[in-house]
Design a protein around this ligand. Structure first.
Ligand code: PEP
Length: 255
């Protein structure tokens, strides 16, 4: 296994009211109390962030925004700034999730602005990239990933990369039950790491964590985590239930 600390992140998307989120967080806290040496992140809806962060204070679970805006403050009705996420108790924010790209007009340019402002506010960014099925089938996976990386990380310095985690999420595998094979995940992760090395050198590429996302479940987590360049996972559906997310957090290191 690499020296990179595994990161297991749960994206709750638009699920759970405040009482439901609190109940799940309290149960999860107990279920993973034995875990050390692995980072655990959950990303509840905005309105749940503060109470959940308070409930998890002192635990081994930290809280992330699912999205963020790129200004500190202003007349941007409905938006939330990096500083606001930080003040609500977030250590992380997800940026550029494919659902934001698909339904809300997120582009590599807005991803880039959000990363810069979030790093400045002291948040670690989980930056999502990944190809559509059609792009994979027409042999454009690496080209798409390369563009998303170069445009998304434009102007981010090597020291700032310490606050960036990449999540490779093939869009065709998100919420579909179709997981990339471990070989497909490793191939994409290795490519991403090579592009980071090209841009920032081997020290940064060796320490940057690359997560896999797309129908991660208790029955495929151990195989995924056995891949050399898979440093963790971003989990949607299977993060909503304590039992399944706890099993994912407790992944078994295969010999
Ligand atoms: C996600 O929301 O980032 C995700 C990967 O979802 P799922 O695990 O449900 O495919």
């Amino acid at each position: 296994m690499s020296s990179r600390t595994p990161l297991i992140a749960g994206n709750w998307k638009m699920y759970k009211t405040v009482p439901e989120a609190l109940e799940t967080a309290e149960q999860l806290k107990e279920a993973v109390i034995d875990i050390s040496g692995r980072e655990i992140v959950i990303s509840p809806p905005y309105v749940c962030l503060f109470p959940v962060a308070v409930a998890l204070k002192g635990s081994n679970i930290v809280v992330a925004g699912q999205n963020v805006f790129w200004e500190d403050e202003g007349a941007y009705t409905g938006e939330v700034s990096p500083g606001m996420l930080k003040s609500a108790g977030c250590a992380y924010t997800i940026i550029g999730h494919s659902e934001r790209r698909q339904y809300f007009g997120e582009t590599n340019e807005t991803v880039n602005k959000k990363i810069k402002m979030s790093i400045a506010a002291g948040l670690t960014c989980i930056v999502c990239i990944g190809e559509l099925l059609e792009e994979r089938e027409t042999g454009r996976t690496f080209a798409v990933l390369e563009t998303q990386l170069s445009e998304g990380l434009d102007g981010i310095s090597a020291p700032q990369m310490a606050a960036v985690v990449i999540a490779y999420e093939p869009v065709w595998a998100i919420g579909t039950g179709k997981t990339a094979t471990t070989a497909q995940a490793e191939e994409a992760h290795r490519f991403i790491r090579s592009r980071i090395e090209h841009a920032y050198g081997s020290e940064v590429s060796g320490t940057t964590r690359i997560l896999y996302g797309g129908s991660v479940k208790p029955d495929n987590i151990d195989q995924l985590m056995a891949e050399e360049d898979v440093d963790g996972v971003l989990v949607g559906g299977a993060s909503l239930k304590v039992e399944s997310f706890s099993r994912i957090v407790h992944f078994v290191v295969l010999g």
